[in-house]
Design a protein around this ligand. Structure first.
Ligand SMILES: N[C@@H](CCC(=O)N[C@@H](CS)C(=O)NCC(=O)O)C(=O)O
Length: 207
């Protein structure tokens, strides 16, 4: 079968989500570490964002679609659960993550970790407005984990591989530390998911 190629730098949270899904599934892949907004990436993804995927004649972008394609095409443990309720829960929390957590959490991460490292001044108004938005999404995600190991139930699924990479960075900021401190379910969940080989193998190398 054709080689599965994932285009995008390993520091990207969505690239890490795909890599975790591929590893959990046991699917071999090649990482082509293209930078967002590079001419090569813009040729694969109209907005220049990462990741994109090539598999033989199939070219695809959007993390959810890439993971769904690989999940259906290859044998191995399901990334999207087969049980109807577990599948719906996986999609529910993936959707909550994409719609309500990713942007505000990443804005905190960018303003606190990336902008200063590049010699810039953080946008304090953006950080301030992102904190309550992140908090609301984290409260929902924390509640989803009440009494269960993972977002879709007992087994890890795409929702877990979506949320983990962003929480990893968020926890490195003072605001993220404060936001996550009262979230006991997320703390327990993160400690467990962090130990999975797919998480260890894809841990971002910040140099
Ligand atoms: N909807 C896209 C979002 C991808 C995305 O936002 N990627 C981020 C990195 S985690 C990115 O490339 N940001 C920089 C940019 O878009 O220029 C997906 O699901 O793949």
């Amino acid at each position: 079968m054709a080689t599965l190629i994932l285009h995008g730098i390993s520091l990207s949270t969505y690239v890490r989500t795909c890599r975790m899904a591929f590893l959990e599934k046991g699917v071999p892949y090649e990482l082509d570490p293209l930078m967002p907004q590079s001419p090569e990436q813009k040729e694969k993804q109209p907005w220049g964002s990462v990741p994109a995927m090539t598999h033989g004649d199939v070219r695809m972008y959007e993390t959810l679609a890439i993971c769904g394609y690989v999940d259906r095409l290859f044998d191995g443990p399901p990334v999207l659960p087969e049980d109807p309720l577990a599948n719906a829960r996986c999609l529910q929390w993936t959707s909550v993550f994409i719609q309500y957590l990713y942007r505000p959490a990443i804005d905190i991460v960018l303003q606190r970790l990336i902008v200063p490292a590049q010699g810039g001044e953080p946008d304090e108004a953006l950080v301030a407005s992102s904190v309550p938005k992140s908090d609301k999404a984290l409260a929902a995600l924390d509640g989803a984990l009440e009494g269960q190991a993972c977002f879709a139930g007992g087994d890890a699924s795409l929702a877990d591989y979506m949320v983990l990479p962003v929480l990893h960075y968020l926890k490195m900021t003072p605001e993220g530390e404060g936001l996550l401190a009262p979230r006991a379910n997320l703390a327990r969940w993160q400690a467990a998911i962090d130990e999975r080989p797919s998480a260890v193998e894809t841990l971002p190398d910040l140099g």
